[in-house]
Write a protein of this length. Structure first.
Lengths: 237, 237
DNA sequence: CTGGCAAAATTTGTATGCAATCTAAGCATA
DNA sequence: TATGCTTAGATTGCATACAAATTTTGCCAG
């Protein structure tokens, strides 16, 4: 899909200055990125109202780009439009998180299958490197950094399929889910277990085992879901 | 995700008039639906430029709602934004169609699995009814009507999972793919084969065979993809 | 005090104005 | 004729103005 509004499609040139002028950017596009960051980072918490005037002042622009950005994000599902009453950050419920993880599991399983068939050796080497980097932070007990590389690995895996539609869909769902900041109740035991799963995942990818990898990923994601749902203080029913 | 802009969330009341006033609607929301229809129906063909002034006249509104609707549809991927140059209907390529079908296959397979576990008997009965209605049009050689009920069956199956996130994602991809109007080269042979597949699909659903149904659906979708790609006159590589 | 109504203030939704950019049309030149 | 520059026109992007709806405030009755 064509998220031209928020994705840099301009190839980065190694040369000095082939094109003199910079790529034209829409103000609304910048507002989209800024707002999305605020929402995903949790600075704009689920359920809070988006006041146009306040956002205009914060982002130093007029209402038009802000309103256009809100419409864009509404389509992404990160905000909800309430006719004549503006917009709010889409609330998080255990039910929607569960739904999204069910979907994410299937997407990652598909990605695993496709990656085994289509990923380049360079892709796999890069994922291996990210894996080791993740292990470094696991060893040091640096949870935030661990999560960062964890995310990188999963995203890289999906991207290595070469299926841009899959990647965009995955990104969108991931942004949603990440709002449920699930780092808190991650016991050392569970953490170690997740790392073990990652070891097996990497191994299956390196061997390009297109049958096993999807199974491992699905199970891995399912465990992640349990952690998140527990964080939300809900049943897993 | 919260497509509040385009989806009627108000429950239809059987009583006379519990709420006196009608549900407040955004002009931009109506433009979204109208534009999306025009694009999916192919009246606005892939690649054509969206002239704001022309759309304003056609839809009897000012530029603001039109521009906001375009942003919304850009996020859906149905239009592409070209900074300072407006927007175009997202072009269709064999590559993106293939990508989308790969994803759709996985989504329907997942839906099949979930449906076997979660669908109500009423859901299944309704799908069976739609199936027979489809057979009527197949018997009469009414291709357009056949396709309509075909779509209905697939959508109903997905909806019967109770997973709204899955349903929304499926709808979005489906809208994209439907722009490749693939009714043309559908030989009677292939048509008959598709119907046979549907017979097996219905049977597996009725028996709630959560292992077989996903396999059947994936294969069915894959065949559909081949038809579409052939229509686009491309290799299936 | 509490609850409810009425008016003021805020906020949203839509239309319009203006500047910047892009498109094309016309003309000159090779 | 083909090519490139210049300029007029059209179109987009952003800001702002105005109207409709909502929310808040203040007041009064109970």
């Amino acid at each position: 899909m064509a998220y031209n509004m928020t994705q840099d499609t301009q190839p980065i040139s190694a040369n000095a200055a082939p094109q003199p002028a910079a790529e034209p950017r829409l103000l609304a596009a910048e507002v989209v990125e800024r707002l999305r960051d605020l929402i995903v980072q949790g600075e704009l918490a689920p359920g809070v109202k988006l006041n146009e005037r306040v956002l205009c002042e914060r982002l130093r622009t007029s209402r038009t780009p802000v309103r256009e950005a809100i419409k864009y994000l509404a389509s992404e599902g990160l905000v909800e439009l309430l006719p004549n009453r503006g917009a709010i950050v889409t609330p998080i419920t255990a039910a929607t998180v569960r739904e999204m993880f069910v979907l994410l599991s299937a997407l990652e399983a598909l990605a695993g299958e496709l990656a085994c068939a289509n990923a380049s050796d360079t892709d796999i080497a890069e994922i291996r490197a990210l894996h080791y980097q993740m292990l470094v932070h696991h060893a040091r007990g640096e949870l935030a950094q661990y999560f960062r590389y964890n995310q990188e690995i999963h995203l890289h895996l999906v991207e290595s399929t070469g299926n841009a539609t899959l990647t965009n869909t995955y990104r969108g769902l991931n942004a949603h889910v990440r709002r449920a900041r699930y780092m808190a109740n991650f016991s050392r035991e569970r953490w170690d277990h997740a790392v073990e799963e990652h070891e097996k995942i990497l191994d299956a990818l390196v061997r390009r085992d297109g049958v096993l990898l999807p199974v491992l990923l699905r199970s891995h994601l399912n465990n992640k879901m349990l952690v998140v749902l527990e964080e939300l203080g809900q049943q897993t029913g």
